[in-house]
Design a protein around this ligand. Structure first.
Ligand code: NAD
Ligand code: TYD
Length: 350
């Protein structure tokens, strides 16, 4: 394989995937296509800027003609599709944007790949990065398997689910060599501070209220972002066409317990008395349609591809906090401008 298109590479997970591929595979040409929405930030990749096998292209997956021309020009052998609108709360206030980006954007990529590859599937792969949220919500027990039926509840997860269905349809109908993976919640450096962990790190640091939705009893399974990037690397190279893999951290936390652990770490690192920041916890109106619990059964990827998480949560969480505290400038850049408006709209009257 030679020319690899990675979409959404300036975002949180995409930047870790791009960095891994550029450094590990110098014989690949890596094309990072990103629109640079509020969530895309080239600072995330400043360390690989200038590498001879790395190319950034600013562009929109919603632009059908542009995408077709791009595929004609670079004749990609592989596509790893991460570009998406990714935040559930934004999908509740603006569902149409999620349909445009996540559904139509995916369809444009599939159509361009189908046109350019034109039935010559040898050495080609289209890889869709999806989420465990498409499976819906679990009760207190059980976990999502690859065979669990899709049952999305938010406009975000419904749009991701819809895109995944198109990917499977292009495999089943045209024989396109597609793969899909569904991952649990990622944490680590470079995550935009609208998501729970970086938002709360920023608020604790600035002594701002910590808006806990509902009673804080929702459960998420957290995986260190570099472990996700390693799984993506493996699946891209080893998965057979038509396959699906679930990726998870075996690491379930109730939100309120995770928040208390974060407070403990932050107070220690900021030199505050133990428990000082607990007073910032503020219970607010629950998220509409808030999924109670996600959990992944990672047996298939472990047995078939030998993947397991390598970063222990205690270690990964400390490392994550250290990164955000050390990168104040990054925080300041991404929390200026649009972020201020977003924050007001999302939290002012909650
Ligand atoms: P993110 O919001 O941090 O990054 C998304 C990137 O896509 C940004 O760089 C943005 O500029 C780009 N983008 C958005 N619209 C675009 C468009 N129209 N054209 C081109 N680029 C566009 O998201 P993330 O958290 O890194 O998630 C990446 C992918 O992984 C998404 O598909 C998401 O559904 C999936 N995923 C995320 C998680 C998680 O915990 N964050 C878990 C499982 C799966
Ligand atoms: P989030 O990081 O948005 O990821 P997702 O909704 O994709 O799982 O949220 C993680 C959990 O934290 C989720 O149960 C919602 C909750 N949450 C809050 O309680 N307060 C907040 O301000 C945010 C952003 C999330």
């Amino acid at each position: 394989m030679k020319n690899i298109l990675i979409t959404g590479g300036a975002g949180f997970i995409g930047s870790h995937v791009v960095r891994r591929f550029v450094n590990k595979y110098p014989h690949y040409e890596i094309y990072n296509l990103d629109k640079l929405t509020y969530a895309g930030n080239l600072e995330n990749l400043s360390d690989i800027d200038g590498k001879p096998n790395y190319h950034f292209i600013k562009g929109d997956i919603e632009d059908q003609n542009f995408i077709m021309e791009l595929f004609q020009k670079y004749q990609f052998d592989g596509v790893i599709h991460l570009a998406a609108e990714s935040h559930v709360d934004r999908s509740i206030t603006n569902p149409m944007q999620f349909i445009h980006t996540n559904v139509l954007g995916t369809a444009h990529l599939l159509n361009a790949a189908r046109a350019i590859w034109n039935g010559n599937w040898e050495g080609k792969k289209y890889y869709q990065i999806s989420t465990d949220e498409v499976y819906g919500a679990l009760g207190d027990t059980g976990s999502f398997k690859e065979t669990t039926p899709y049952n999305p509840h938010s406009p975000y997860s419904a749009a991701k689910a819809s895109a995944d269905h198109f990917v499977r349809a292009y495999h089943d109908t045209y024989g396109m060599p597609t793969v899909i993976s569904n991952c649990s919640n990622n944490y680590g450096p470079n995550q935009f501070p609208e998501k729970l962990i970086p938002l709360f790190i920023n608020n604790i640091k600035n002594n701002k209220p910590l808006p806990v939705y509902g009673q804080g009893i929702n459960v998420r399974d957290w995986l260190y972002v570099e472990d996700h990037a390693a799984a993506i690397d493996l699946i891209f190279h080893k998965a057979k066409p038509g396959e699906t893999y679930n990726i998870g951290g075996n690491n379930e936390w109730r939100n309120i317990d995770l928040i208390k652990k974060l407070i403990e770490i932050m107070d220690r690192k900021l030199g505050r008395p133990e428990g000082e920041s607990l007073k910032l916890i503020t219970y607010v109106t629950d998220r509409a349609g808030h999924d109670l619990r996600y959990a992944i059964d990672p047996t298939k990827i472990k047995n078939e591809l030998g993947w397991e998480p390598t970063v222990k949560f205690d270690e990964g969480f400390e490392k994550t906090v250290d990164w955000y505290l050390a990168n104040e400038e990054w925080f300041n850049h991404v929390t200026s401008g649009e972020y201020v408006e977003y924050y007001k709209k999302m939290y002012e009257n909650r």
